[in-house]
Design a protein around this ligand. Structure first.
Ligand SMILES: Nc1ncnc2c1ncn2[C@@H]1O[C@H](COP(=O)(O)OP(=O)(O)OP(=O)(O)O)[C@@H](O)[C@H]1O
Length: 250
């Protein structure tokens, strides 16, 4: 691996029994870089992320390729409520990750958890009284899940459609939060989404996936300006423009 490279995926193939699900996927990621994995539902994006994390679902096997990384990874899942324990207060959930991953004392873990909540822009009310996931909005739950991932001090943040379950204004806030945290903490990121616009706004490089394969891999600007694969062109064409308002100035 080159000196600045934190992740190298080489010819990764995954299968369930004999069914090929991901085929010959390759990409690399430099320190602090962001890469977007875009494509339709079922194209193999989440499985690729799970393979990087080393957490493939039961029944899925790596049938080829290698994944090289010398930094730790943490994942932010699609459904924030599903990723949290409904019976445990949220601050305690973040503190628990710090306690186990960083081997801090219980008291220090709680203090660090509160600092992370502050960093994620969560309101003071969440810190004063212990609150449960059901008492938080979807956006607040996703911020807690991001705090838990960051509590592992990852070199790579793997984001699996972290904004899909949220409304568009909250989506934007979460994306802005991730961007500013990345600038501050310097982690690299693989961002999975079916939304080309979100991936393009976050990541300077994109991989387009279809049916388990990467069909196009390029710098975001070049890919948007000059897509070479028909599927990428179709993805671009399917971004709906806003209608022009009647009587608006030209
Ligand atoms: N546990 C599993 N067992 C068998 N097949 C699976 C399993 N998980 C995923 N698959 C299959 O692997 C393929 C890729 O799935 P994956 O979840 O990676 O797609 P995706 O691109 O992330 O889709 P989405 O955007 O809907 O999350 C799909 O055909 C899916 O049905």
């Amino acid at each position: 691996m080159a000196a600045n490279t934190v992740l190298q995926v080489e010819a990764l193939s995954l299968a369930a029994k004999s069914k090929k699900l991901v085929e010959n996927v390759s990409f690399s990621l430099g320190k602090g870089e962001s890469l977007g994995l875009v494509g339709e539902s079922g194209s193999g994006k989440s499985l690729t992320l799970r393979a990087i994390l080393g957490l493939l679902p039961r029944g899925i096997e790596q049938t080829g390729g290698v994944i090289k990384s010398d930094v730790s990874s943490a994942m932010v899942f699609q459904d924030p409520r599903g990723a949290l324990d409904p019976l445990c207060p949220v601050v305690a959930q973040v503190a628990e990750v710090i306690y186990y991953r960083q081997k801090a004392s219980r008291k220090a873990s709680r203090i660090q958890a509160l600092e992370l909540l502050e960093m994620l822009g969560l309101p003071d009310s969440l810190k004063k009284s212990d609150r449960y996931p059901s008492q938080l909005s979807g956006g607040q739950c996703q911020r807690i899940v991001i705090a838990m991932a960051l509590a592992c001090k990852p070199g790579i943040l793997l984001c699996d459609e972290p904004t899909t379950a949220l409304d568009v204004t909250v989506q934007r806030q979460i994306i802005e939060t991730i961007t500013s945290l990345q600038r501050e903490l310097g982690f690299a990121m693989v961002f999975v989404t079916h939304n080309l616009a979100i991936a393009a706004s976050l990541c300077p490089k994109l991989c387009v996936m279809k049916e388990g394969q990467i069909v196009e891999h390029d710098d975001t600007l070049r890919l948007l300006q000059n897509p070479t694969n028909p599927y990428t062109r179709m993805l671009l064409d399917s971004v709906l423009p806003l209608p022009e308002l009647e009587g608006s100035e030209q």
